[in-house]
Write a protein that binds this ligand. Sequence first.
Ligand code: NDP
Length: 330
Amino acid sequence: MTFSPDKNRYSNMKYARCGNSGILLPRISLGLWHNFGDVDDFNTARDILLSAFDAGITHFDLANNYGPSPGSAELNFGKILKNDLKSFRDEIIISTKAGYFMWPGPYGEWGSKKYLVASLDQSLKRMGLDYVDIFYSHRPDPDTPFEETMAALDLIVRQGKALYVGLSNYDPQQTMEAVELLESMGTRCLIHQPKYSMMVRDPELGLLDVLESKGLGCIPFSPLAQGLLTNKYLKGIPKDSRAEKEHGFLQKSAITPEILGKLMQLDDLATKRGQTLAQMALSWVLRDHRITSALIGASSVKQLENSIQCLDNLEFSAEELKKIDEIMPA
Ligand code: NDP
């Protein structure tokens, strides 16, 4: 059936400026790390993606290795784009990344110009695109000079294969160095993608300050700690959960009695706020003015819809924040 999106989609979503740039991102963005590979049901993946677009989510995040198999999320995304969203390309911000293992031999991972340029060319082919909106260095490479990695990002922008560039998993000092190198080459870094949630609070220790001082946006990944910060695991490990799936990245060993005790306390607090735990976890990430968008995953349309509703309540009282700090100390 031909997809025809909701005409009110842009008034139903909230948008925020990405650092000091011209780009607005939806407060909730959708990532395709899990649930979009060739091990997953294509129709469900399509429904999630189209429902997201229908709800005003204009940003979809990929990487060369998302699947499994690696590359299959980009292939599936390309199919959906071609069949359903072709006429909406200019309404969508598509990101991809390179940094992790993609092919054997010395040029298939990390941060060399050889790898980054070749990988983006492969990603563009898989997605059927002429350019991506954002291309990320997925992780810092301890053995390649940052000058080379940043020169690759600069080249990619100059070639028109990406409009903007970003960094992911760089620490505050590495971020500062990389951003200044890019500046010296005449390319601004748009955005940083760190892991950040009530359970992982490292970006509070300097990274968010660096991003603000340099005018970068911030889009935290795994804001639900891969599903832990939801009511999903409170009564055991469901069969259809990431922790139960063979290819899921969430380890069962992460679901300890101690963590469950904390999740139950957070769940109580969320109920008092009139939210689900997932909604509270997303509102919490978005409470900081330095956070542009929360980059979520979803394995069903129902989850996606539930998560988006966090936007109805982004305010926290001082007591609520104190309680969260007590349950999950920084
Ligand atoms: P989340 O922390 O949002 O976890 C998503 C999972 O949480 C879902 O798959 C689902 O689990 C569960 N879930 C989602 N919404 C709800 C809900 N409302 N109620 C109950 N359960 C819910 O994010 P991800 O870990 O998926 O990461 C998001 C994106 O971040 C990725 O797709 C990717 O784009 C990016 N990322 C980037 C990385 C990087 O290094 N730059 C690394 C990792 C991710 P279930 O599947 O069990 O149903």
